[in-house]
Design a protein. Structure first.
Length: 278
């Protein structure tokens, strides 16, 4: 199992770096869209759609949602900055609601436990995340920015793992994810702040935002990363399944690998706007 996990992780990293290095903005956006639609197929199962027909219709609705946001925001043409900002604000407000649901689980399942509610939840998770990643890549330093948001997600995960193993006793969300601890949570955030401080120091020509703003951006992105993970864990626990799929050997499904990024990406994108990077 460990060997499979390592091989799969290496292949994912190599594919990501190749895509960032060689694909144009529209092409990379298409790759992101493919990953999101594969995750939508898995989320359809999390929502309760058992048949291929139901899951296919859900994927089609997700694709339509992405096309609508791309058109409304002018993603591939003259971008409408105000529309993009409003979409990212709405996405962040959604994640604020998700936080309340995660904290209140299992009582909150009465609000979102139906097939229809979980279906809408999946669209709110996946579609803005795709738009955020595509938008980030369209910026002049887009490749670096995508690597930063992924790096923050990884830092939060790795920091939480090691500090949680060493000091984790008090549980962060025992009803949702019993393995997560408050020590791991704080360790993950500390890792995010450390990574951003280093990046701010070595950034080519300097970051266009102050160090406090950069650290604030890292903090909210790290928080969102944890929330994205917890939300999917909550849905899987409600559904009674361990993994969202089995496409990635040793890792589960696509959704299991991008859950943190679905929350981190729109929060990071809005953070760039608020901090004055763009």
């Amino acid at each position: 199992m460990l060997k499979q996990r390592i091989i799969t992780a290496v292949l994912i990293v190599l594919a990501l770096f190749a895509a960032l290095a060689y694909l144009s903005v529209p092409a990379l956006s298409g790759v992101f869209a493919l990953a999101v639609l594969m995750a939508a197929w898995e989320w359809a199962n999390l929502s309760g759609f058992a048949s291929r027909t139901g899951r296919s219709i859900y994927v089609a609705v997700c694709a339509l949602g992405m096309a609508l946001l791309a058109w409304q925001s002018g993603l591939y043409a003259e971008q409408n900055f105000l529309v993009l900002r409003e979409i990212f604000i709405a996405a962040c407000l959604w994640w604020a609601i998700a936080l309340l649901w995660v904290k209140a689980y299992p009582l909150s399942s009465g609000l979102w436990g139906s097939k229809g509610a979980r279906s809408v939840m999946g669209l709110l998770v996946l579609v803005p995340a795709w738009l955020a990643l595509s938008y980030l890549r369209s910026l002049p330093e887009g490749v670096y920015l995508i690597l930063v948001v992924i790096g923050l997600v990884v830092a939060a995960d790795v920091g939480a793992y090691f500090t949680g193993r060493a000091f984790g006793k008090a549980k962060l969300a025992p009803a949702v994810s019993p393995g997560k601890s408050w020590a791991g949570f704080w360790g993950g955030l500390a890792s995010c702040l450390t990574l951003m401080a280093v990046l701010w120091r070595i950034w080519p020509d300097g970051m266009p935002i102050s160090l406090p703003a950069a650290l604030g951006l890292a903090l909210v992105t790290g928080l969102a990363s944890v929330l994205g993970d917890l939300l999917e864990s909550m849905i899987k626990r409600h559904r009674g399944i361990k993994d969202s799929g089995n496409l990635l050997p040793g890792h589960g499904g696509i959704m299991d690998r991008i859950d943190s990024i679905t929350a981190a990406a729109p929060v990071f994108a809005l953070g760039l706007i608020v901090a004055g990077w763009v």
